[in-house]
Design a protein around this ligand. Structure first.
Ligand code: ADP
Length: 270
């Protein structure tokens, strides 16, 4: 502080002081632009299912004497409202994550428990899609954080791996660790991601194939949520992929201090 005041007095146009202000403004502008974009994106994304529900309700009125048509329209209304509910939930989750830079109350979290919970949440979808989930690697990995958020992050990666894979195939979840870092890798043998899109998949509402992802119920928020959860935990998420062959998403988190060493890696089919 003293140094800053001195530099201002000695050189009022000195770069140190000017830069500080410039940075501050740029950051404020950037955050404001991010917020504006987010609201615009949300409005746009919500209009589609809301409009669809309205149109289907109208169609239902005119189809009231044909039971088959009524059932078809009602089914589509259910699908659209489920999509709306999922999207609203994800938007709330994402804005909550964006509002906080760090975790309020981190506790020690067992990574294996996170992975088991994420697999459980995806079991029905995996069975329906004819996909086997295989997990293995280091045991007793621990990180500091919020277990619920970490389950959401791994769940989102596994859900994508299933969604963008063809039947029959495998989705692998591997854990490895160094002295400082725990790494969770989710690998699929699915459609993969073209190289030119790799940088964009973590953006909010970004989908490679809008029509296809919409048909499969995607919102384009899943990976953005993963990114924010991981960042709030002081980690990062990366992707390797080859179109037509599959993808690997890797979450890296700081290891909890004093956690036990790795045991021999094993593979387990769940
Ligand atoms: P969505 O709800 O559409 O899945 P995400 O944010 O989770 O949204 O993913 C953004 C886009 O990235 C997806 O629409 C899809 O095109 C692509 N993507 C994500 N995961 C995978 C994967 N495992 N394999 C291929 N493409 C993927």
């Amino acid at each position: 502080d003293a140094q800053l005041r001195l530099s201002v007095r000695v050189a009022p146009l000195g770069t140190r002081y000017m830069l500080l202000i410039a940075d501050d403004r740029t950051e404020a502008h950037r955050l404001e632009a991010v917020r504006r974009d987010f609201v615009a994106n949300i409005s746009h994304e919500l209009k589609t299912p809301i409009g669809a529900v309205g149109l289907l309700a109208e169609a239902l009125e005119h189809a009231s004497d044909d039971p088959d048509q009524v059932r078809r329209f009602a089914d589509r209304m259910k699908t659209e409202s489920a999509r709306l509910a999922a999207m609203t939930q994800e938007i709330i989750e994402l804005s909550r994550l964006q509002a906080a830079d760090a975790l309020a109350d981190p506790t020690e979290v067992d990574v294996d428990a996170v992975i088991s919970a994420a697999i459980d949440k995806n079991r029905v979808a995996a069975e329906a899609a004819g996909i086997q989930i295989v997990s293995g690697g280091a045991k007793k990995a621990r990180v500091m954080g919020d277990e619920g958020m970490l389950v959401t992050a791994v769940h989102n990666l596994v859900a994508n791996a299933i969604q963008y894979s063809a039947k029959p195939s495998r989705v692998g979840i591997g854990v490895s660790m160094t002295d400082d870092i725990v790494e969770i890798a989710v690998t699929d043998q699915g459609v993969g991601i073209p190289e030119e899109e790799l940088d964009r998949v973590f953006e909010r509402f970004f989908r490679i194939d809008q029509a296809r992802s919409r048909a499969t119920g995607g919102t384009g928020l899943g990976l953005s949520i993963v990114k924010h959860v991981v960042q709030n935990h002081g980690g990062d998420v990366r992707v390797w992929s080859q179109a037509g062959y599959g993808s690997t998403f890797t979450i890296r988190l700081p290891r909890a201090v004093g956690s036990a060493r790795a045991s021999t890696p094993k593979q387990k089919v769940r």
